[in-house]
Design a protein around this ligand. Structure first.
Ligand SMILES: [Zn+2]
Length: 102
């Protein structure tokens, strides 16, 4: 198991950066990971092997329809975390909801 990456992770993280610009919410790493966790638990993962650039391209070209889902999930995550930052809210139902984005 080497070189597996979740494209959805990168997509969500860059979407957070985009959507955050219009808000006054706390934008620290901790809040970012909270928003990412919230969104990623509501979106289907997109795992690829890091060497397969072809797959990356295919994902990118199908993103417009996915983009709406991502925007919705990230927006609600930003609102929830933004209104109650640093509360250590557990967004996952099981104990194994670790993020590897750091
Ligand atoms: Zn914060």
């Amino acid at each position: 198991m080497t070189g597996l990456i979740n494209l959805m992770e990168e997509t969500v993280l860059s979407k957070i950066d985009q959507l955050w610009e219009g808000t006054d919410y706390c934008k620290c790493d901790s809040c970012k990971m909270d928003v990412a966790a919230y969104a990623l638990n509501r979106l289907p993962p997109q795992y690829v092997q890091s060497l397969k650039g072809k797959v990356l391209y295919q994902f990118a070209s199908s993103q417009t329809q996915r983009d709406i889902e991502v925007t919705v999930a990230v927006s609600s995550g930003i609102e929830i975390v933004g209104k109650a930052p640093h509360k250590n809210v557990n967004f996952v139902s099981d104990e194994d909801g670790t993020l590897s984005a750091g």
